[in-house]
Write a protein that binds this ligand. Structure first.
Ligand SMILES: Nc1ncnc2c1ncn2[C@@H]1O[C@H](COP(=O)(O)OP(=O)(O)OP(=O)(O)O)[C@@H](O)[C@H]1O
Ligand SMILES: [Mg+2]
Length: 247
């Protein structure tokens, strides 16, 4: 059974259509990657899935439950679906530890002792336990992004959405962030990610989806999409990527 089901989703900003009858399914434990030119709607799709943006038509279901349209419990949705952005968005006035503890305390109302033990364990896991009492601006970009990922994990999401989480990082910091994603994939975390890191997409994805014209224009296993795309537009996109030295 599909865990995430996106059916005939439309999204427009004003008169501009961005998503046009988009269909996509993600099974539990899959890692699905969205690729496509800038402005094709990757971020918009991710933001629609966890309710940051309303859709204009169609529906999105998680475990069979509708998460779009009237009467949806947004808090319940965001408890299940974590999202990490390109620009980490840690709270600058809170310590690293408090950043990780905030949502489980406020949203889940869990006891502080338990939340702290789990938050410290998450920071240990990414090698940043020693930074727990520091503030985000004392961390490198890569370290901040790793904290942003464990902050999302602290909510024990069933689905993790990752939007270009390495784009703001210097090249030497990219691998430490991708390693976490690799580990999560190996543990069976269901993930939907938008990325320009084609090598990474090829390695980690169960399925790669090429977005174009507001739809999933072509999808398939990474080997097929990256070595033998069927559609001319996918081929043209990948050709540009290769010419830019990014594959
Ligand atoms: N809040 C908004 N208001 C109006 N238009 C928007 C808004 N957000 C995005 N758009 C438009 O929607 C389209 C899709 O944007 P989106 O950010 O989803 O693209 P993307 O595939 O994530 O691009 P990139 O690879 O550059 O991150 C673009 O044309 C963009 O200008
Ligand atoms: Mg984007």
């Amino acid at each position: 059974m599909s865990f995430l089901e996106i059916r005939d989703v439309n999204k427009q900003y004003g008169l501009t259509p961005v998503l046009n009858g988009l269909d996509l399914t993600v099974k539990e434990h899959q890692v699905v990657t969205l690729i496509g030119p800038s402005g094709c709607g990757k971020s918009t799709l991710l933001r629609c899935i966890n309710g940051l943006e309303p859709i204009s038509g169609g529906e999105i279901r998680i475990s069979g439950d509708r998460v779009t349209g009237p009467g949806v419990d947004m808090n319940a949705l965001r408890r299940q679906v974590g999202i990490v952005f390109q620009s980490y968005n840690l709270f600058p006035h809170m310590t690293v530890l408090d950043n990780v503890m905030l949502a489980p305390l406020r949203v889940l109302g869990l006891p502080k002792d338990q939340v702290e033990v789990e938050a410290v364990a998450l920071l240990r896991r990414i090698g940043l336990e020693a930074k727990a009492k520091g503030y985000p601006d004392s961390l490198s970009g890569g370290q901040q992004q790793r904290v942003a990922i464990v902050r999302a994990l602290a909510m024990k999401p069933r689905l993790l959405l990752l939007d270009e989480i390495t784009s703001a990082l210097d090249p030497e910091l990219v691998s430490e962030v991708l390693n976490i994603v690799r580990d999560l994939a190996a543990e069976g975390m269901t993930m939907l990610l938008a990325t320009h890191e084609m090598g990474f997409a090829r390695e980690v994805s169960s399925k790669v989806c090429f977005l174009q014209g507001g739809q999933i224009f072509e999808e398939g296993p990474p080997e097929q999409i990256f070595t033998a795309p069927r559609e001319e537009r996918t081929q043209a996109f990948l050709k540009r990527i290769i010419e830019a030295g990014r594959l």
